[in-house]
Design a protein. Structure first.
Length: 367
């Protein structure tokens, strides 16, 4: 698999948007070397929106029909956000169904150590630790391995993956893991060795996954996955530093889910990257993920200052004037002016399945 890099300047991100080929994407997306956009970290950090990408693809000359599969996959991200908005903290628990066949609330040590014996998966995990990215098929393979083969409850393995992802988004991550585990879908997702070989270009045989799909129902936990890891995760927050607030200017609050460099750029404002310890205690992230956020802010958001502390403490310490922030399920305790996020479609609310949501969204497309 080719080396993946994630540029830290907004102009390079915009260039990457211009390079999207939705036709090639539709034909190759399931393969680990497929023509995917590599824009997910920028969407998750609120640097760009799904709407930005959608509009750019259509303005590049591709028709809606040519772009439909790409638009549909992009819409999955908006769908997960709508579920999160509607269900709030309920997404932290089995959403629709109780997870069946749960033997532990940890994660297999061999997954953490990239030593499962499944070559495509082990290689993917090693690369994942280095670059913070993993192809969607591989995410599903690992989730299936952890939840449905090793019989771990989905939450701890999902947090392990979230921790290392540059595109960490709790809704997309947790609800996708629940989809695989059968708690947010009608059945569990399995992938056997033939499937993995096909999409990862391996030729491995005689593994514990080298079985038919019927055999998965009675498969015992393989010895390679039996030992578990509690997976204690901690966020390396930067040291606290003093900041200065100009009381005559409005204050714009940025956070892990909003690093939009164009937001209110024409306004002279106090710009604060708020890093709340309570948030990162509940949703820990890795040093790679932290550095990606900090470096992007440094390179693209002029005069931004970092405040390590809770929102309420920031208000008490600095009494800022005219506080502004972007709406997000994790911002419900903020007070001030809430700006809406951009989504592709105007469809809002909870839909029990993606395809019921997509059916409604498609009515806004002009073919």
């Amino acid at each position: 698999m080719k080396n993946i890099n994630f540029p830290l300047f907004f102009s390079d991100v915009q260039q990457r948007i211009h390079q999207i080929n939705p036709v090639k994407y539709a034909n190759t997306r399931n393969f680990i070397n497929g023509s995917v956009s590599y824009l997910s970290p920028y969407i998750s950090r609120g640097i760009i929106s799904t709407k930005d990408i959608f509009q750019q693809v259509l303005s590049s000359g591709y028709s809606v029909k040519q772009s439909e599969k790409f638009i549909q996959e992009l819409t999955w991200r908006d769908y997960w956000q709508q579920v999160w908005i509607a269900k709030e903290n309920d997404i932290n628990f089995d959403l629709k169904n109780k997870q069946l066949k749960v033997s532990n609330t940890a994660i297999s040590k061999s997954i953490v150590e990239a030593n499962t014996g499944i070559k495509a998966i082990d290689t993917a995990i090693i690369n994942f630790y280095e670059n913070g990215y993993m192809h969607n098929h591989l995410r599903m393979y690992i989730a299936s391995l952890a939840c449905n083969i090793a019989q771990s409850h989905w939450r701890i393995p999902a947090k392990w993956m979230y921790y290392h992802l540059l595109d960490a988004d709790w809704a997309s991550n947790a609800l996708s893991w629940q989809w695989v585990a059968g708690t947010n879908s009608n059945k569990k997702y399995f992938a056997n060795q033939n499937n993995i070989n096909k999409y990862c270009f391996t030729k491995q045989t005689n593994t514990f996954l080298d079985v038919s799909y019927d055999d998965f129902q009675n498969l015992q936990i393989p010895k390679e996955l039996l030992e578990t890891d509690a997976c204690l995760l901690n966020t390396p927050l930067p040291d606290k530093t003093s900041i200065k607030i100009d009381a005559k200017r409005p204050t714009y609050i940025y956070n892990f889910y909003n690093l939009d460099p164009l937001w209110g750029q024409e306004i002279l404002a106090n710009r604060i990257l708020l890093l709340e310890p309570s948030h990162f205690n509940q949703y820990p992230i890795s040093l790679n993920s932290m550095n990606f956020m900090l470096e992007f802010c440094k390179n693209n958001i002029d005069t931004i200052q970092i405040y390590v502390g809770e929102f309420t403490d920031f208000i008490l310490d600095h009494a800022p004037n005219d506080v502004n922030f972007k709406e997000h399920p994790l911002n419900s305790h903020y007070s001030g002016n809430s700006f809406p996020r951009d989504f592709i479609f105007d469809v809002k609310g909870y839909y029990p399945s993606f395809f019921s949501y997509w059916k409604k969204c498609k009515k806004e497309l002009i073919f």
